[in-house]
Design a protein around this ligand. Structure first.
Ligand code: SAH
Length: 505
């Protein structure tokens, strides 16, 4: 085990603004020390065995001093191996990354700096403000705002700053906002210079106040805008009027909880983010292999005898092919059976494996499949049904009624992932606008984690269901379903959410 430390810039808040190199380092780390400003959501990429340490120094919850962090980095590298130090923005822009690197050098521990996207540039971008612009601003100055201009410790030269015509960006300046503006005006900067304050840029909580140096302090007080925020001064601010792209996205400002399994959340999360939402993954379901393969293998060996193969989920397809492979078999062993997929996603998964689907029902439910097969299935036809351990019984019952001989294969299991309830409560407390459910089990598991008596916490949150079965389960569990997809796919779910939000405006 060799000690090695990565000092990683995690970007300004939008978790996707990390670099590929930074993400790879998170994946490789044995220990991760992270900040309050670094997106905690990036931690989902960590190894399951990685130790995660929150060294965030929130104002009222002072946990680790800088010296302690420096020491911890050295200690963890020596005892555990690869350490990732995740810092907000860029590690070397007011991030004290230099101090951490120096202490690693002193201890003889090899390290690497992985630059990040600094808030100084990206936060204005997301507010529609380019930090430089031809004929408007030809330089950019990034300044610390936490040295009170009137106190003796101040090393910032306001007189020089006031003379600059470029864009001024102050970080950590909210406590000294009034003084910063006062000093700049005192040294001759025109009071009608445009100014903006951007709070928690690049996230759903982004809040922007725009004015001039003259009125920005009053406007900030009025709108109660708080730290963390950047202060930007210069005529580039005016471009926001036309270039404000992020806040114009249809789902901007919405925090949406995704309860799908980690492996499957990607498509939903990606579509929500593309519409400007902040998607928070909190999987309430985990797909795991069966405990015993004996019965499965026995049934799979006779697969070519089936007249119908019905797949009811993407997970079922994946697990089915996994099992075939384990038996050292492939698609050739399937025989002549008709291949049915419950919906388009399942059909696509089958096609990806080289199997063309014969039928997809009009309605993507078990009832839809039964309707499709009515009149098609003959008495005594063998139907193979690879499915989850918790699948609804109605498909089997319906097939039996049609005279089929049904061979069910419990090809995968679903479990509630190991989660802390605290994490869910923390997410809900931070504010969630919509919770998405993509199957009945996501509803049931979510409610099991939340516990029925805490249902009140969901009062102001909209519930979105992928289809009628999931919606019915949600209602049974006492939830009010506000959004229901018209076509029972991820795309349909996202379309329904979008429609609901647009209708409201
Ligand atoms: N290394 C970081 C800056 C750390 S100093 C970087 O490169 O961005 C912390 C300050 O950064 C905050 O007080 C605030 O001024 C600014 N900041 C960081 N993230 C921000 C965000 N998402 N929105 C607004 N300001 C942010």
């Amino acid at each position: 085990m060799k000690p090695y430390v990565y000092l990683i810039g995690a970007g300004p808040g939008d978790e996707d603004l990390i670099t590929i190199k930074g993400l790879n380092a998170i994946k490789a780390a044995d220990v991760i020390l992270y900040d309050r400003l670094a997106s905690p959501r990036l931690l989902k990429h960590a190894k399951a065995t990685a130790e995660l340490i929150d060294v965030g120094k929130s104002p009222n919850n002072h946990q680790y001093s800088q010296e302690e962090i420096n020491r911890l980095l050295v200690e963890k590298a020596e005892t555990a191996g690869i350490v990732a130090r995740l810092k907000g923005g860029d590690p070397y822009v007011f991030g004290r990354g230099g101090e951490e690197a120096l202490s690693l050098r002193e201890a003889g521990i090899p390290f690497e700096i992985i630059p990040g996207i600094t808030s100084a540039i990206s936060v204005p971008s997301y507010a529609g403000i380019p930090v430089t612009h031809r004929n408007v601003s030809t330089s950019l100055h990034i300044i610390t705002g936490n040295e009170a201009p009137t106190k003796g410790e101040n090393t910032v030269n306001y007189e020089a700053l006031a003379r600059l015509s470029g864009t001024l960006v102050f970080l950590m300046g909210m406590a000294n906002l009034q003084e910063i503006i006062k000093q700049l005006i005192k040294y001759g900067k025109s009071a009608d210079t445009s100014a903006a304050i951007i709070h928690r840029g690049t996230t759903a909580k982004q809040q922007v106040v725009v004015g001039t140096m003259e009125n920005i302090v009053a406007l900030a007080t009025e709108s109660n805008i708080k730290s963390p925020a950047i202060i930007i001064i210069g005529e580039v601010v005016k471009l926001r009027e036309t270039l404000n792209w992020y806040e114009s996205l249809p789902l901007f400002g919405k925090r949406v909880l995704v309860t799908r399994s980690r492996q499957q959340a990607g498509e939903l999360t990606g579509r929500l983010k593309a519409l400007g939402a902040e998607a928070i993954e909190y999987p309430t379901i985990e797909i795991v292999p069966p405990e015993d393969f004996t019965a499965i293998d026995h049934k799979l060996m006779k697969i070519c005898e089936a007249q119908y193969l019905i797949f009811t989920s993407v997970n079922g397809v994946e697990a089915f092919f996994h099992s075939l492979k384990r038996l050292k078999r492939d698609v050739r062993s399937i025989g002549e059976g008709r291949i049915i997929a419950i919906g388009t996603a399942t059909a696509e998964a089958l096609t990806a494996k080289g199997l063309l689907v014969d039928d997809i029902p009009e309605v993507f439910t078990a009832e839809g499949i039964l309707q499709l097969l009515q009149g098609m299935i003959k008495k005594g036809d063998r139907v193979l049904l690879p499915r989850a351990d918790i699948a609804r019984k109605n498909l089997v019952e319906g097939l039996l009624k049609l005279g089929a001989e049904v061979e069910e294969i419990e090809i995968y299991r679903t479990i509630v992932p190991h989660h802390s309830k605290e994490e869910l409560h923390r997410i809900l407390k931070e504010g969630v606008d919509i919770i998405t459910f993509t199957s009945s089990s996501t509803v049931n598991n979510f409610m099991a984690i939340l516990e029925a008596e805490n249902i009140g916490e969901l009062q102001n949150i909209k519930i979105a269901a992928i289809g009628p079965i999931t919606a019915a389960t949600a209602k049974e569990r006492g939830l009010r379903v506000d959004i229901e997809a018209k076509s029972y796919t991820i795309e349909g779910l996202v379309a329904a959410i979008r429609e609901d939000i647009i209708c409201q405006c």
